[in-house]
Design a protein around this ligand. Structure first.
Ligand SMILES: Nc1ncnc2c1ncn2[C@@H]1O[C@H](COP(=O)(O)OP(=O)(O)OP(=O)(O)O)[C@@H](O)[C@H]1O
Length: 267
């Protein structure tokens, strides 16, 4: 399989029917003709102003939302419904408060009728991978926000997806912890070789994490720029002071400012 055949978006658009005061519906285009490819094993981040259609784009790739036109292909096959090869991690904490970490991570596997013993083994492996060995029997309220999100990542990884879709997964984590959990995510990504598609509002996080950043325009969301991040693969927080890092964040701030200004003008 050539790299371009892994995840392909060809002229993908999304139109929502938005209910009006008089009960009628108005068709609003939210995503406009997005054509992009994600090679297998890549880490791609989507940034753009609030409401530009980032989550809509991700939910279409997850098969949770239909496309209005265009083509969306994973390994050459159309994505039409949620699929086990697509793992999702959301912004809001989605782990169950009444289950401990091991039970939370096992849950998805049990739903797929994986034998109980195998569920526990795979859940334990996933928890080890996200650095939560020793916290298997802790309940969510006994973990920090960052640790709870790592349980959510472990739950997605335990299902061994081809691609991990992450919609602002660290939005509720405090800024300092966020950079550390970002370092953890890079380590998990290197260890598993998974393809990751990540959404964030945080420019520093986008540059720190990614190999490639897609800048989305204000609604209807188009990809206005694809930025390759040519920073060393081994990234830790020491990179934050480097000239190259500062240049990328500066460039991204400017790109985002133009899009933000466009949202204000159309408001
Ligand atoms: N099911 C729906 N029906 C109608 N409109 C919707 C629906 N879901 C989202 N929208 C609208 O589509 C637009 C894009 O929403 P989306 O959540 O994709 O944007 P976003 O870029 O992820 O926003 P944010 O950064 O604020 O999370 C918004 O104007 C939103 O109101």
């Amino acid at each position: 399989m050539s790299a371009t055949e892994f995840l392909e978006l060809k002229d993908v658009s999304k139109v929502y029917a938005v209910r009006q005061k008089d009960g009628s519906t108005q068709r609003i285009e939210v995503v406009h003709e997005v054509t992009q490819t994600v090679p297998e094993g890549h880490f791609v981040t989507v940034v753009g102003p609030s409401g530009c259609g980032k989550s809509t784009l991700l939910s279409m790739i997850a098969g949770l939302n239909s496309i209005s036109s265009g083509q969306l292909l994973l390994k050459g096959k159309p994505i039409t419904a949620p699929h086990p090869s697509l793992g999702m991690v959301f912004q809001e904490e989605s782990i169950f408060p009444w289950m401990n970490s091991l039970e939370n991570v096992s849950f998805g596997l049990e739903m797929q009728d994986v034998p109980k013993q195998q569920c526990r083994e795979r859940a334990q492996e996933a928890l080890n991978l996200v650095g939560l060995k020793g916290f298997e029997y802790s309940y969510p309220k006994e973990l920090s926000g960052g640790m709870r999100q790592r349980v959510a990542i472990a739950r997605a990884l335990a299902l061994d997806p081809d691609i991990l879709l992450m919609d602002e997964p660290f939005a509720a984590v405090d800024p300092q912890s966020r950079m550390f959990i970002g370092t953890e995510l890079r380590r998990i990504w290197s260890a598993t070789g998974k393809t990751i598609l990540f959404i964030t509002h945080d420019i520093n996080e986008a540059v720190f994490l990614s190999q490639e950043i897609w800048v989305m325009s204000s609604r209807p969301g188009r990809i206005t720029e694809t930025i390759k991040i040519d920073l060393p693969d081994e990234r830790d927080i020491s990179i934050l002071g480097s000239d190259a890092y500062t240049q990328y964040t500066g460039h991204l701030w400017n790109a985002m400012r133009s899009e933000w200004e466009a949202t204000q003008e159309s408001a």
